[in-house]
Structures are given as structure tokens and as C-alpha cells.
Design a protein around this ligand. Structure first.
Ligand code: SF4
Length: 382
């Protein structure tokens, strides 16, 4: 099928969707405006200095659900510690979790390790450029695969995340929801048609920048927007209505009580199981776990010795923890002698007393790191 100028009519032009019509009218101008803005105003980000697939993979995994400003120092430290994919594939799991400490969503670090090890084992150490092969690697979904293919390999692949859906929802006045997979597929088809063959990586990065710095979720900076002249929602003053809001479901809140047990300069820690929430990370004790195994009166006596540390809030994807922190210095000698157990604080297999030097090397979830760091300072000053 040809249009009047003899060019192939793109797929979406054959549909009667409003976004297809928008693309027919504005697609060419959109790419020109977006890329010339990118040439003038691209963010200066460390992972853009060298475009190799390992750096794209590393940065994209770190950026999932995390702000750019938070990621930058982690990315730089990580790359200094493991400059190549092969270095990372050989790394010790605990050292990688430790380097990830503070970034949150630790499954990303475990997926990254699994992915680079699979690349070494199955692809000779070269991150593949095919979408099918990339999607078989842990932690790599369509967005990250598209980013690697377009940015590192200059292939015409779309990289559509919630930000990109939001931008096109407004540009085309389409009621897309950023988290809806069907809507993402529609936006992906649209982006694939708009991608310029000579600069697919720049195009995707420009879209990322537009979503992150101009077309913000709240109060978009439309007067500074490089594509304001072709934005349908702006023209009809309906920007606030796009993208479509998903009815929000309240996350359940779990109240937890953390006990930081110390004794003569040692600290009691538990390593969480290798699977499940915060897998493989270290933590202190939880009253909820101890209550199931310790005699009530012993626990009550223990709690009388507590020094309150305040409360922390930790938001997971599916729930919220509200954690009350307490430090308890146990008496010396063995406080457990009178209850007939060698270690009543043992809640999981990997449970032990550690020195402050070792404590510093163990990866903890973000919700506990400040109390851990304060404790190291307090014990070191004694
Ligand atoms: S004009 Fe406003 S709403 Fe439209 S794309 Fe630009 S920032 Fe987003």
C-alpha cells in the first residue's frame, strides 16, 4: 500500500485509531523536534559515555524503580569494582549484594548476576543482540531488551516503559495506562514506526529524557517542551486527564518490631533464605519470630532492657513495613543459660554473632542500614 508520495504507508496509518492518525500527521516532525532537542539538551549521564551492552544492562537494571540521581554513585562504584561483564560474572554473590545495598529491590542484583553468568556460559561473554536471546536472560524484559538493542547495537528496537506510555498518551490524547501490558504493546508498535533508522538509541534516550525531565507525571513543563506544537492534550487543555489513572489499591501495612541484640561488642544477625523477600540479605532479630520460640517471661524481661531507636518505613511493591527498632545489650555471661538453649535467638539456619568489622561487610536491606551504621559507630567508640 502506498501513500500519495509513493512511500510505504506504515501499519498504524491503516488503522483508524486516533494515535495512528496523530502519527500520520506528526510522526516525521516529532522525530526531528525530539532529536534536535536531544542534541541540545541530553542529560549528561555516566552510562552514556561509552555505549557498550554491559553498561546499558547495568544502568537499566539499576534504574528500574529508582531515580537517576540515586543510581549514579552506585553505577560508578559498581563499574569501578567490576569493570567488565566477565569481572562481574566471577564476583562473589555477597559482595555484589553489598555493593547494591541502599539501591533496594535486591532481586535486580541477583538477576544481574544470573544474567551475566548466563552470557558467559551460553554466549561466549557477549551480550546477545537478538530480542529472543535477551528475553531469556534473568531480569531482562522487553524494555531493557529494547534499550540494549537500540543503544548498544543501533537496532531499530523500541524501549517502552511507563514514562514513554505517559508521553504518548498525552501527545496523542489516548487513554493508555502506563502499567497495562496491552497499552504498552500499542505504544511499542507506535514507537517502532517512529524510530529513525539512523538513530534508534538516541531516539529512545530522548524519549526517556523527555519523560524524566519535561513531561513529568505531575506538573509537566509544557512551555519548555520541544514537541508542544504537536501535543494534542496540550492543544485541548486536557493534559491532566492523561495518562488514564489506574484505580489504586492500598498496600497492606505490616507492623514489625526489630531487635538489635548486642553482647560484649558482638551483634546478632540472621541471613535470610535464598528465596523470597529480601533473599540472601542480613537482618537483625524480629520480635514476631522470637515470640514463637522464646518463653513469654524471658522475652518480656528482654524487652525491658530495650533502647528505642525510632521507626522506619519500607515500601515494597506489594506491601509496606512499619518497623520499630530497638537495641538490647545482653548481659555477659551467657544470657541464655537459664532457659536451656544454646542460642534462643536463632531464627534461621544462618544465624550468628558477628564483630563490627564483619557487620560492615554484610549486605542489609535499606530499612535497616541506618541502624546498622549507627551501631557500628556506637560499638567502635566504646
Ligand atoms: S506539551 Fe506537555 S503534555 Fe505534551 S508532551 Fe510536552 S510536556 Fe507532555
Amino acid at each position: 500500500m502506498k501513500d500519495t508520495k509513493g512511500d510505504r504507508v506504515p501499519k498504524w496509518a491503516e488503522s483508524s485509531t486516533s494515535y495512528g492518525e496523530w502519527a500520520v500527521r506528526n510522526g516525521g516532525e516529532f522525530s526531528v523536534l525530539l532529536l534536535s532537542w536531544f542534541d541540545r539538551s541530553a542529560r549528561n549521564l555516566p552510562w552514556r559515555l561509552v555505549r557498550d551492552p554491559y553498561r546499558v544492562l547495568l544502568s537499566e537494571l539499576m534504574l528500574q524503580q529508582t531515580q537517576v540521581a540515586t543510581v549514579i554513585p552506585f553505577y560508578e562504584r559498581f563499574l569501578a569494582q567490576w569493570p567488565t561483564l566477565q569481572d562481574l560474572a566471577r564476583a562473589d554473590d555477597q559482595a555484589v549484594l553489598k555493593a547494591w545495598e541502599g539501591l533496594g529491590y535486591y532481586s535486580r542484583a541477583r538477576n544481574l548476576l544470573a544474567a551475566v553468568r548466563a552470557v558467559v556460559a551460553q554466549h561466549g561473554g557477549e551480550i546477545p543482540s537478538g530480542e529472543r536471546e535477551l528475553l531469556q536472560l534473568k531480569g531482562i524484559g522487553e524494555y531493557t531488551a529494547g534499550a540494549i538493542r537500540s543503544i548498544a547495537y543501533s537496532l531499530p528496537a523500541a524501549a517502552v516503559d511507563g514514562n514513554v506510555v505517559r508521553v504518548f498518551s498525552r501527545l496523542t490524547e489516548t487513554a493508555w495506562q502506563p502499567a497495562d501490558p496491552a497499552h504498552r504493546r500499542q505504544v511499542r508498535a507506535l514507537v517502532e514506526q517512529l524510530l529513525p533508522a539512523n538513530r534508534p538509541g538516541d531516539f529512545n534516550e530522548a524519549l526517556m529524557d523527555l519523560g524524566a525531565t519535561i513531561c513529568l507525571p505531575q506538573n509537566p513543563a509544557c512551555t519548555s517542551c520541544p514537541v508542544q506544537t504537536i501535543c494534542q492534550a496540550l492543544a485541548t487543555k486536557s493534559v491532566a486527564q492523561f495518562p488514564e489513572k489506574k484505580p489504586s489499591r492500598e498496600k497492606p501495612v505490616e507492623q514489625r518490631t526489630c531487635l538489635i541484640l548486642t553482647q560484649g561488642g558482638k551483634v546478632h544477625v540472621n541471613r535470610r533464605p535464598d528465596k523470597g523477600l529480601l533473599a540472601g540479605l542480613y537482618e537483625f532479630d524480629w520480635v514476631e519470630d522470637l515470640a514463637a520460640r522464646l518463653p513469654d517471661d524471658f522475652l518480656a524481661t528482654l524487652m525491658e532492657r530495650k533502647e528505642k531507636l525510632g521507626q522506619k518505613r519500607h515500601v515494597f511493591t506489594h506491601k509496606i513495613w512499619l518497623v520499630d527498632g530497638n537495641r538490647i545489650e545482653l548481659p555477659i555471661p551467657d544470657p541464655t543459660a537459664n532457659i536451656g538453649s544454646s542460642d534462643p535467638f536463632k531464627t534461621v539456619e544462618n544465624s550468628r554473632w558477628v564483630s563490627t568489622d564483619e557487620l560492615k561487610t554484610l549486605p542489609f536491606p535499606k530499612v535497616l542500614t541506618q541502624w546498622r551504621d549507627d551501631l557500628v559507630v556506637a560499638l567502635t567508640q566504646v
